[in-house]
Design a protein around this ligand. Structure first.
Ligand code: MLT
Length: 311
């Protein structure tokens, strides 16, 4: 009897591949290359993706046998869950696999942005010893505004508290008492904008959050503010951020995610005040191991007709 086919459209950990290899025929394809990806869907039972593969209605229509789409990570914004559900396809993710890595990368970008680490590194390796140019700021006694106090936002709060910062957050779905128990004061978005020295985004990408931080918002912030985004590109409007930094209304930014990825030519790249990384929030050995094994197990359960618990 033929084994069910699992199509892995992006990098998956060896541990995840080993779980799958025991029971399924595992095929690999570059999910970002539509001309290869769409035809590869014709006879697959399961599909595993990260963030570069668009599992949209067109992809679903190319996959008549597909029973499960697994996202080796948290966000499901690259999967058309409605189209999949209509076609009877189960959608699963690995909701806690990379939250620690994302929180740690956020702290890395906050510190890198506060202390000009990337800029000074590039200058020194280019032969320039410039100490005063790269004078930074301390975190101690600063106000950090967290947009979205979900799993990752909470880990960021825990990790930043020992730096002596005041933590405030905007989260319309969390009761104020829950935030207070974590040492975070829940406030309105406008209050975060008016008070914070650092603003870090931990919201999912949705109709409500795309462009949440745009022209209006970037006219309300303190000029020394630094913005960090390890969540999703487009939640901070890139063009508005570019103008705000150029005009001295924002001091700097640490950006890991972009409206369109992969990207090699964002306007932000020309600004010395912006430190960027290529969507590395979840890119640690530990997170990839967890994501790979979690989704592999979920695919196994789903294809076996069994209940798939939240990981
Ligand atoms: C996530 O949503 O969990 C991350 O963006 C995963 C990834 O890096 O692909």
């Amino acid at each position: 009897m033929n084994k069910p086919v699992v199509l892995v459209a992006e990098e998956l950990s060896q541990a995840g591949l080993a779980v799958l290899g025991a029971d399924f025929e595992v095929r690999q394809v570059d999910g970002a290359d539509r001309s290869a990806f769409l035809p590869a869907l014709s006879d697959v039972d399961a599909l595993i993706v990260r963030s570069a593969t668009q599992v949209d209605a067109e992809a679903v229509a190319h996959a008549p046998k597909l029973r499960v789409v697994a996202r080796a990570g948290v966000g499901l914004d690259n999967v058309d869950v409605e189209a999949a559900t209509k076609a009877g396809i189960m959608v699963v993710n690995a909701p806690t696999s990379n939250i620690t890595s994302a929180a740690e990368h956020t702290v890395a970008l906050i510190l890198a942005s506060a202390r000009n680490v990337a800029q000074a590194h590039t200058a020194l390796k280019g032969g320039e010893w410039k100490r005063s140019k790269y004078t930074g700021v301390e975190l101690d006694e600063k106000v950090v505004g967290i947009l979205g106090l979900g799993k990752i936002g909470q880990l960021v709060a825990q990790r930043l508290a020992p730096f002596g910062v005041e933590l405030i957050a905007y989260d319309p779905y969390l009761p104020a008492a829950r935030a207070a128990a974590m040492g975070v004061q829940l406030v309105s978005l406008d209050e975060v904008l008016a008070k914070a020295d650092f603003i870090t985004v931990h919201l999912p990408k949705s109709k409500e959050t795309i462009g949440l931080i745009g022209e209006r918002e970037l006219h309300m912030v303190k000029p020394n503010v630094r913005l960090i985004n390890v969540a999703r590109g487009g939640i901070i409007d890139e063009n508005a951020l570019y103008s705000a930094i150029k005009e001295g209304r924002v001091a700097g930014a640490g950006i890991d995610v972009f409206p369109k990825e992969p990207v090699t030519d964002s306007p932000l790249f020309e600004l010395d005040q912006v430190v960027v990384t290529p969507h590395l929030g979840a890119s640690t050995h530990e997170a990839q191991e967890k994501a790979g094994t979690q989704v592999a197990r979920s695919v196994k359960l789903a294809l076996g007709g069994e209940f798939v618990p939240d990981a």
